[in-house]
Design a binder for this molecule. Sequence first.
Ligand SMILES: *Cc1c(COP(=O)(O)O)cnc(C)c1O
Length: 412
Amino acid sequence: MAPDTLASLTNRPMKRGRKFLNTPGPTNIPARVQNAMHRDTMDLSDPEFIEAAVASLGMLKRVFQTEGEILPYISNGHGAWEAALVNTLAPGDVALVPETGHFSGSWSDMAQALGIEIRTVPGSWRRALDPEAVGQALADDTAREIKAVLLVQTDTGTSITSDVKAVREAMNRSGHPALLLCDTIASLGTIDYRMDEWGVDVTIAASQKGLMMAPGLGFVAANEKAIAVHQKCPNPKRYWDWTPRMKGPGYRTFCGTAPQLHIFGLREGLTCLFEEGLERVFQRHRVLAEATWKAVDTWAGAGAVELNALEPSERSHGVTTILVPEGTDAEQIRTVCRDEMMVGIGGGLGQLGGKAFRIGHMGDMNAPMLYAALGAVESTLDYLNIPYTPGGVTAAVQHISAFKKANSPTTF
Ligand SMILES: *Cc1c(COP(=O)(O)O)cnc(C)c1O
């Protein structure tokens, strides 16, 4: 090596140690899931692949809690959104969108771009949506123009979870025949979800959040009612079309070459979920979320930062949105965490851009990983001279410790 090359290598700011990921998607991928993807590609109809695909779709049914069809796509969540829309709604159809935050807005924008007419049920970004308001909007639609309700279970921008079952009950009371389409991208695999029992017609999900997989797979689950609507839906589509995909598993399931390695990863990620047990997975998410709220409530003692979600029972178990005071740039907190401490956290979205940051605690996450994120945030508040009451990390530790004392032994 030439001496000047060596000189250029020395005294550079160098990051050491482990990089942490606390964004609400993508989330950490367990090593065994990464390893499951590290393998050779194979013949399109190799029985080993078909077996992995069948097993994955079967396990997904149990996560969605449905007997309906699962339609996988090589896409992100936006692709799955589009797949749900173009198979059930045609240009000129009307959809009702209860406002929950940034993601109800983006989904609604997509529907509009596809020629679907939108009616909105206005909502607060600090509370869950009001199921009665959805029921009322449907009852007011005496001409029965609304074809579908586009509902987001957990809006990742606000960190608020709405009550899907209560929305369905309100819809039923109105006697309105609209389909219920539900986005569970940020909630599936973190909290209970019962597609069939609750009466959801179409569910949308993606691989990179609670399912602990790499980004790149989108999922739609459809019940009989949704498939019947789909079969009469006249708008043109090919890649997204459910009908050829339902003849699987095989080449047509993915409208072309399957994402083979992703499917092996998906099977491993879902196996991890079932090995831990869904009830325990949900409990772990709840306790980590509560610990995060304890930390933020402690910092909030100084009157600067605070939790966005006002009502504890409505708070997401997978992500926490934290508001910063006027005059503070939340992006700066995120940048310091990422670039100086190697802890990735989320930024504020939509109208919360620059006004909030988000700590993800979903997927492959345990208590020490959460403490790393909380510790990075607490030290960033200090470093940037943002008023905070110290002890947030300790409050989180004590919350989890109390849980462990009552439920010993725990695995997180
Ligand atoms: C992440 C997310 C999306 C978007 O998913 P992409 O994979 O980024 O397209 C949509 N809805 C919700 C609720 C999300 O959390």
